[in-house]
Design a protein around this ligand. Sequence first.
Ligand SMILES: C[S@@+](CC[C@H](N)C(=O)[O-])C[C@H]1O[C@@H](n2cnc3c(N)ncnc32)[C@H](O)[C@@H]1O
Length: 264
Amino acid sequence: MAAQEGGDSEDDAILIPETATLLPSTQHCLHSINSAVFIRELRSQGISFQLWPPATTLLTLLDGHRRDPSTGPLSPTLSALDSRQRPHRILELGSGTGIVGIAAAATLGATVTVTDLPHVIPNLLFNVEANASVLAANGGLVHVAALRWGEAADVEKIGREFDLILASDVVYHDHLYEPLLNTLRLLMSGEAEEEGRVFVMAHMRRWKKDSAFFKKARKLFEVEVLHVDPPCLGSRVGVAVYRFTAKKSSRKMLNSVDNANIIA
Ligand SMILES: C[S@@+](CC[C@H](N)C(=O)[O-])C[C@H]1O[C@@H](n2cnc3c(N)ncnc32)[C@H](O)[C@@H]1O
């Protein structure tokens, strides 16, 4: 492991995996763990191969949470998971470069499955491998798997044993709204609903039509805003982070069925 210059003391040093120095990659600091993650972007290959602003927002919030778990927008969600007293199991949808999943694994010491379309998998594997030493040093583990939204068989293959689902910048083409919501429905129903599974999503509003996604989502889930970034230069709205949970009414129904069973 190599350390980057820039701090006055050894404690200030940012840990950089040696392999990363050989890659045409971008570096992202995780101050809370004195480390950096390295991501290879292949911008000429399309949207799946570059880092989008909502991913940076989640990275910053995860870093902030590790630094001070008692405050911050992710605090209630992540602190609720801590009570389970085992490493968090996280699933990321539409991971792209994988930076969010890698940062979540490193900052939370979690086991994360990063997923995307099959043609994105080789770059995801590359990025996970490039950050192997930072992950190992922080007790994080990252698995890579193909998961196509709307494909129930892909969810079956991966399983549903997750404590938290994450995504950044996955709402952009309207033909993807239904498949994404179907996958979420599969991941957040049944036992997951009983356990109070949460989906946290960072979103950058680009078009008015984005609201159609949220309209559909609100029919299926409770949707609340956890955080909004100040707008970047030249844009009217900042990245927003949403939290989706099972509809209160359906959870109440589930609980009353359970209670009835217990009484019977
Ligand atoms: C705008 S990019 C965001 C990438 C990354 N999450 C980020 O914020 O940097 C959207 C991601 O969703 C993925 N995606 C699009 N359609 C998908 C589908 N049907 N199933 C799974 N992933 C999909 C893309 O491959 C891409 O990686």
